[in-house]
Each structure stands twice: as structure tokens, then as C-alpha cells.
Write a protein that binds this ligand. Structure first.
Ligand SMILES: [Zn+2]
Length: 245
């Protein structure tokens, strides 16, 4: 199986929360390597300091509408990361999953057809129950795996790229993580982090550093050569939906 333009595998990367510091610490690296990004936005928190008490990113400024429009003009995409970032339940799914999409589309004037489950995968079933009715074509989780053309779009896996992973293994950052698996199986890697920062991550279990981000992109380009499709996730979703018709 080949992907768009006969590419053999696919690489994408997503940033949950959409911190404004991406403009300094990630976007320049994207430009150097020609890789588009995708930001997962909490609909009530655009262009304001993040107000999610208890979050590692609480208080950090979030991208403004203007900055998001600039990124979209450069080939980036956006997804909904709910209205207020709770655990998604049957009781709040209407507001958090259904309404957040309408709010983001109205505010940003771009199509929003990917939902990113906030918190952990415990919110996935309640999300999945309303996702199609809400108008989403794909749902991002943190089930850690590659995707293939047969993967259910409403349950896409992501690959965390972090400085260190939680106990008991404290696994160290690996710039090759899942890349050879994707190359062998014709897969689609969707990396997941929040806001890389130089030298030290905001939280070692939730982020890589800017230096590691650059190492990751260099590894993707070196291994992938002409065989890798460096893709904004909406483009892959739309291509898969069109190819299945
Ligand atoms: Zn989040």
C-alpha cells in the first residue's frame, strides 16, 4: 500500500493546548525541516493565559487567533481539545465535544474536524459516542502505537515524544521511536507533546526539549528521505476518506 504521491509512510506531530511559546521554541524548527504541525485547542482558552488549575501548563499564554491564522497559512492545522479540558463523560460530552467544535469554527473560521481527547484515554468512550454526530472525521487519543490505513480514524493512536516516561521504567527519549515500525508496515506516526522548551521540559512525562524535537525531525528526514509524507493530520484523514470511497 502506498500513501499519497506513492509515499511509503507518514509522519505528523501534534501539540496539545497550543501554547504561544511554540512560536519561539517549535515553529522555527518546523520551518527548517519543512514539517507542518497541528495544535489541539481548548475552545474557551484562545489568546489568554491557560486557566486549568492543576495543569502543568496552567498560566502559560495560549496562541492568539492571529497566531493560529498565521500557522494555518503556513500549512498547520487545528483540532478541538474540548471546551474546558475536563475528563469527557456522557454528562459533559455535548458541551465539551459537540459545542467546542462549533465555537472553534466560529472563532477561527477554519474547519475543525479532529477532536483530541483531553486528559487520558478514560474519556475516549464518551467522546466516541458523540464524535460522528458532532461532525468529527477523526479522534486523537494517547493510545501509543502507529496507525495504518486500516486504523479506525475515530481512534487514532499517538506516539509520545518525551524527555522521560513515567515509572517504573523511566524510559529515556528515543528519536527513533516507532519510526522503523512505520517504515516496515507502511504506517502513520502521529507524535504527541505539548510545548517543547530549550534545555529543560515543562514536565518530563509530557514534553521533549526543543533540542530533542530537532533531533526527532532530523531522524525522520534522514530515515524517511523521499519515502515519508510529512503531513498535516487533516490532509491524511481527508486523503484516507477519499481513497476509501
Ligand atoms: Zn490536554
Amino acid at each position: 500500500m502506498a500513501w499519497k504521491n506513492n509515499k511509503r509512510w507518514v509522519y505528523s506531530i501534534t501539540y496539545d493546548e497550543g501554547c504561544a511559546a511554540l512560536m519561539d521554541h517549535a515553529v522555527p524548527i518546523h520551518r527548517r525541516y519543512g514539517i507542518p504541525g497541528h495544535v489541539e485547542l481548548v475552545a474557551s482558552q484562545i489568546g489568554v493565559p491557560r486557566n486549568i488549575p492543576g495543569s502543568s501548563y496552567d498560566g502559560m499564554m495560549i496562541l492568539s487567533k492571529e497566531q493560529i491564522r498565521q500557522l494555518c497559512a503556513e500549512g498547520w492545522g487545528v483540532g478541538s481539545h474540548s471546551m474546558t479540558h475536563p475528563a469527557i463523560t456522557a454528562a459533559n460530552a455535548e458541551l465539551e465535544v459537540v459545542e467546542s467544535r462549533k465555537t472553534l469554527e466560529r472563532e477561527l473560521r477554519v474547519p475543525v474536524t479532529i477532536f483530541c481527547v483531553p486528559g487520558d484515554n478514560n474519556g475516549y468512550p464518551a467522546t466516541r459516542a458523540v464524535a460522528e454526530r458532532a461532525g468529527y472525521k477523526a479522534v486523537l487519543t494517547i493510545y501509543d502505537d502507529i496507525n495504518t490505513p486500516d486504523t479506525e480514524l475515530l481512534r487514532l493512536c499517538r506516539c509520545p515524544i518525551h524527555v522521560e516516561y513515567p515509572p517504573p521504567f523511566y524510559s529515556a527519549f528515543d528519536p527513533y521511536k516507532r519510526l522503523h515500525q512505520a517504515m516496515d508496515r507502511g504506517g502513520w506516526v502521529i507524535d504527541y507533546c505539548h510545548c517543547p522548551t530549550p534545555g529543560k521540559p515543562v514536565h518530563p512525562w509530557k514534553d521533549c526539549t526543543s533540542e530533542q524535537l530537532e533531533e526527532r525531525f532530523a531522524t525522520v528526514r534522514r530515515l524517511g528521505g523521499n519515502d515519508v509524507w510529512l503531513a498535516e493530520p487533516n490532509d491524511v484523514v481527508n486523503w484516507l476518506l477519499a481513497s476509501k470511497k
